[in-house]
Write a protein that binds this ligand. Structure first.
Ligand code: TXA
Ligand code: MG
Length: 369
C-alpha cells in the first residue's frame, strides 16, 4: 500500500471479562454515537451496528455490506422497556413475548415509530426489534445510549459471521471497529415474527422455535404456511426473504432427508462426483463421519446429530471452512423440521439457492434390502 494511502483500517478490540472490556465497549459506543460502524458479537451471529436514529450512519451499513435498500434492518435495544422508543405501538402479545424471550434470539415486527428513519425499514411502515442477550451487545447498546440498527456483519448474500475472523474476511477496512468476543453461541440468526398481521407469522425460523411461540400464540403461521398462502402484495411485507442468501461460492447439494436414506443418497452423489475427478466436501454429523469412510471427502463436522444446538452453532463456520478449500461441490443433508431443525433446514435451503434434493426413503430401503 503506498504511503499516504487514506484507506480506513478497522480497529479490532478484544472483549471478554475484565477491565479492558469496559474500556473497549466505551470506545466502540463513542464511535457509534459519532455515526461510525461497529461490528459486535450477539448470541446469534455478529452484527454490524450503527445509530438507528442517524440516517447517514445507517446509509453506511448499506454501503459497507453492498446491501440493497429493499432489505430492512433489525433495531437492537438494551432492554425491553425501551420498546416504544422504536415501535409506534406494541400489542399485549409483544409485551408477553418480550417478557418470555428477551433478551434473546427473537425479532418482533411492529409498527415503526417516527424516531426510526424509513431507510432502516426499507421504506415500510414497520420495524424489526430485538433485545440481544450477549453481554457485549447489551453493554454496547446501553453505553451508546441509542437504538442500534444491525444486520449480520457479512457482505450481502454471504454466509453470516459467527466469529470475528469471519467479519474481517468480509468487512476489514470497510467498518470503523470490531469487538471480538469469540464465537457466537446460537450460530443462526434470530427468529423473525411479524405481529402486524393477523394471524401473526414467522418470517424467518430461528432458535426461538415455532413450537415455543405456539405455546403463547397458538394460531401463528410458520414460514411454509405463510409463503404458501402469501399473495404478491403480502410478499412485499416480507422483504429481504430472497432465496439466495447465506450462500457460499462453491456449488452446494442439499438432500432433504436424514439418517440412512440421506447418507445413501449422499454417498451415491459423492462417488459420482469423485469418479468425474471432482473435489468433494461434506457437512456431516459426528456419528456419520465413519459411515462414509473410504470416500475421498473433505469433511466438516457439525457435532452430534442429537444436539441440534451444536449443529446450528457450527453450521456457518463449517460452510465457510469448506467454501475456502476450492472444492467443486459441497454435500449436506437436513436435520428434520422440528424445533431448531427448521432453522437449520431454512438456512441450508437458502445457502443452496432455494433448491434441495428430495430423497425417497422407501425406494432407498428397497434398493438396499
Ligand atoms: O440474529 C439476528 O437477527 C442478527 C443479529 C445481528 O441480531 N441480525 C440479522 O439481521 O440477521 P439481517 O439484516 O441479516 O436480517 C434481517 C432480516 C431481513 O432480511 C428481513 O427478512 C427481516 O429481518 N426484517 C427486518 N426488518 C423487517 C421488517 N420491518 N419487516 C419484515 N422483515 C424484516
Ligand atoms: Mg443477514
Amino acid at each position: 500500500m503506498p504511503i499516504g494511502d487514506t484507506q480506513r483500517r478497522t480497529l479490532v478490540l478484544r472483549v471478554g471479562k475484565g477491565q479492558e472490556t469496559g474500556d473497549a465497549i466505551e470506545r466502540a459506543a463513542e464511535l457509534l454515537r459519532q455515526g461510525g460502524l461497529v461490528a459486535f458479537p450477539t448470541e446469534t451471529v455478529y452484527g454490524l451496528g450503527a445509530d438507528a436514529t442517524n440516517m447517514a450512519a445507517v446509509e453506511g451499513i448499506f454501503r459497507a455490506k453492498e446491501r440493497p435498500h429493499s432489505d430492512p434492518l433489525i433495531v437492537h435495544l438494551a432492554d425491553a422497556s425501551e420498546l416504544l422508543t422504536v415501535a409506534a405501538e406494541a400489542p399485549p402479545a409483544a409485551w408477553e413475548l418480550a417478557g418470555r424471550c428477551w433478551p434473546g434470539p427473537l425479532t418482533l415486527i411492529l409498527p415503526r415509530s417516527e424516531a426510526i428513519p424509513a431507510v432502516v425499514a426499507a421504506g415500510g411502515p414497520t420495524v424489526g426489534v430485538r433485545v440481544p442477550s450477549h453481554p457485549v451487545a447489551r453493554g454496547l447498546i446501553r453505553a451508546a445510549g441509542v437504538p442500534v440498527a444491525a444486520p449480520s456483519a457479512n457482505r450481502f448474500t454471504h454466509t453470516s459471521p459467527t466469529t470475528a475472523e469471519h467479519v474481517l474476511a468480509d468487512l476489514d477496512g470497510r467498518i470503523d471497529c470490531l469487538l471480538d468476543g469469540g464465537p457466537c453461541a446460537v450460530g443462526v440468526e434470530s427468529t423473525v415474527l411479524d405481529l402486524t398481521v393477523e394471524p401473526p407469522r414467522v418470517l424467518r425460523p430461528g432458535a426461538v422455535t415455532l413450537e415455543a411461540l405456539r405455546e403463547l400464540l397458538p394460531g401463528i403461521l410458520g414460514p411454509a404456511e405463510a409463503s404458501a398462502t402469501t399473495s404478491r402484495a403480502d410478499m412485499a411485507r416480507a422483504p429481504g426473504q430472497m432465496e439466495r442468501h447465506y450462500a457460499p461460492q462453491t456449488r452446494l447439494v442439499i438432500f432433504d432427508a436424514q439418517g440412512e436414506a440421506a447418507l445413501a443418497a449422499l454417498r451415491a452423489e459423492a462417488e459420482g462426483a469423485v469418479n468425474r475427478g471432482e473435489r468433494v466436501g461434506a457437512l456431516l454429523a459426528d456419528e456419520e463421519v465413519d459411515m462414509l469412510g473410504g470416500l475421498a471427502l473433505t469433511v466438516e463436522r457439525l457435532g452430534s446429530q442429537r444436539d441440534l444446538a451444536e449443529v446450528s452453532r457450527r453450521l456457518y463456520a463449517a460452510l465457510r471452512a469448506l467454501d475456502a478449500q476450492g472444492l467443486d461441490v459441497i454435500l449436506a443433508h437436513t436435520f428434520g423440521t422440528e424445533g431448531l431443525g427448521l432453522a437449520i433446514w431454512d438456512r441450508l435451503r437458502r445457502a443452496a439457492g432455494g433448491e434441495m434434493r428430495q430423497v425417497d426413503a422407501a425406494a432407498q430401503a428397497d434398493s438396499h434390502g
